[in-house]
Design a protein around this ligand. Structure first.
Ligand SMILES: CC(C)(COP(=O)(O)OP(=O)(O)OC[C@H]1O[C@@H](n2cnc3c(N)ncnc32)[C@H](O)[C@@H]1OP(=O)(O)O)[C@@H](O)C(=O)NCCC(=O)NCCS
Length: 238
């Protein structure tokens, strides 16, 4: 069984293959609710992406608790943030998932809330006006100063902000321009305090993640970060 210590963050990366040969074995572990959610996607690629990410999530989490992937049960808060329900280690295990392009990230912690985000760096014509509306002056300055790499800097800031709102778990009810998620250029991460939206949490730690080329990622964990441990999940492990 895999164990994660308090303060550690395990960051799992899974990449959906272009052709999914074992679709049935992926689908087999999903709940009826997940199968219904998958069937509602109009495009097959979105359906497969959902099936792959949820199968990956179930397989990864089952490694931490004494349950088969298909036995895991999830609840969610009123903003849709999922959590494990059930007896035993599920009570103390926290996780968050993000998918973009063919990359799935799953962050796992014990007794610490977590938010994770991955973004594929992609062309976006109006990124400057999105930044002006949603980002703080520090975040805008980070993008403006990234000569020749502004698109990349934009998505980096976006991933950091998303990781914050996903850690707090309140979605976009937490206005993006009300908090700063910039990281000083010479620092690996930084402490955040967000008392208004998560009054019971004293502080959070934000850091960028090492993700596949062409992507950016960030994670936010309650309190502090003792160690970041990278792991890879392969569909052949099914
Ligand atoms: C869930 C949310 C927080 C992020 O969604 P996203 O970035 O589109 O998608 P991600 O792949 O990173 O995360 C989705 C996963 O997060 C989890 N999730 C769902 N609601 C969540 C919440 N309130 N808090 C944390 N995690 C949540 C789920 O596991 C979900 O997976 P699923 O959709 O396959 O079930 C959503 O509220 C949202 O739409 N965010 C705003 C997107 C945006 O416009 N950002 C602009 C930034 S400048």
């Amino acid at each position: 069984m895999t164990t994660v210590d308090i303060g550690e963050v395990h960051v799992w990366t899974a990449r959906a293959p272009a052709e999914i040969a074992n679709r049935h074995s992926l689908e087999r572990v999903l709940s009826e609710t997940e199968k219904t959610a998958a069937s509602r996607f109009y495009f097959e690629r979105h359906r497969l992406s959902y099936i792959f990410s949820h199968a990956a999530l179930r397989n990864i989490l089952s490694g931490y608790i004494d349950r088969r992937p298909e036995e895991l049960q999830f609840g969610q808060n009123s903003f849709g943030k999922p959590h494990l329900i059930g007896a035993g280690a599920a009570d103390t295990l926290n996780f968050n998932m993000s998918h973009s392009g063919d990359v799935v990230l799953v962050g796992v912690t014990r007794e610490r809330l977590i938010g994770i985000d991955v973004e594929m760096v992609r062309p976006m014509k109006d990124f400057a006006s999105i930044a002006r509306l949603n980002f703080t002056p520090e975040e805008c300055a980070f993008i403006e100063n990234a000569t020749g790499a502004q698109q990349y800097a934009f998505f980096k800031s976006w991933a950091r902000k998303e990781a914050v709102i996903k850690a707090v778990g309140k979605g976009l009810s937490m206005p993006l321009n009300t908090f700063d998620a910039s990281i000083p250029p010479d620092e690996e991460g930084r402490r955040l305090t967000l008392p208004a939206d998560a009054p019971e949490i004293e502080s959070w730690w934000l850091t960028d993640l090492g993700v596949p080329e062409g992507y950016v990622g960030a994670v936010v964990v309650e309190q502090s970060l003792a160690a970041l441990v990278y792991k890879t999940w392969q569909p052949s492990l099914l």
